[in-house]
Design a protein around this ligand. Sequence first.
Ligand code: HEC
Length: 108
Amino acid sequence: MKKTFFILIAIFGMVLFITNSCNKTTDVPFEHATMKPFFDSQCASCHASGGSASSSWKYNSNDYSTIKNHISSIYQNVYVRKTMPPSGISSTDLNAFKAWYDAGYPAK
Ligand code: HEC
């Protein structure tokens, strides 16, 4: 009986340890010198949390994964189809976007 109790405690401890280490991933902020201002001014109004289009893609500059995990869709919409931002994009911004994308869309 005692043995079972200790085994249960050990399993419980391991489960706690595993769930704890899984939750420890800290968000990497998006800090790119030219692209953060671009996303903030051109996309955040609709795509930040609470924005009208945040259900199709949610942008959070404090969490680079919101860009990294959706980069193919972002690239398609901004550069290939040019549907985002809906108001259109300047050639300066388009070139900056492409250069950033080709450089491996770095976080900073
Ligand atoms: C004026 C509001 C508005 C702005 C600004 C805007 N979007 Fe969107 N976006 C939308 C809406 C609405 C949708 C959903 C409908 C659609 O797919 O056309 C969408 C959809 C998307 C999607 C998801 C498409 C899919 O595959 O489901 C991506 C990615 C996206 N936008 C990226 C961007 C980026 C990057 C910017 C900034 C350069 C941007 N958007 C700026 C309104 C906006």
